[in-house]
Design a binder for this molecule. Structure first.
Ligand SMILES: [Zn+2]
Length: 79
């Protein structure tokens, strides 16, 4: 049974972290850099204020997001 608000963190694979398999397309990065006309991948749905949209990010921003997620998981595992 899962705890509300508690998100499962899969253990790192032996390959370590990796970028999404894609598909990659040209578009706008919805993450930190907000650049247009860059190569982006869909990384999942995002819900904001009750509205859902597809979330796209460039490789650089996905790597940064990935780092933050793993920091969260590591801190949670230490708690
Ligand atoms: Zn970006």
């Amino acid at each position: 049974m899962s705890t509300p608000g508690r998100i499962a963190c899969d253990a790192p694979t032996s390959e370590g972290r990796r970028l999404p398999d894609g598909p990659w397309a040209t578009g706008t990065c919805w993450l930190y850099c907000r650049r247009s006309n860059v190569t982006v991948a869909w990384i999942g749905p995002v819900v904001s204020s009750g509205a859902q949209a597809p979330l796209y990010g460039c490789a650089m921003c996905i790597a940064e997001l990935d780092h933050m997620v793993w920091q969260y998981c590591a801190a949670r595992d230490r708690a």
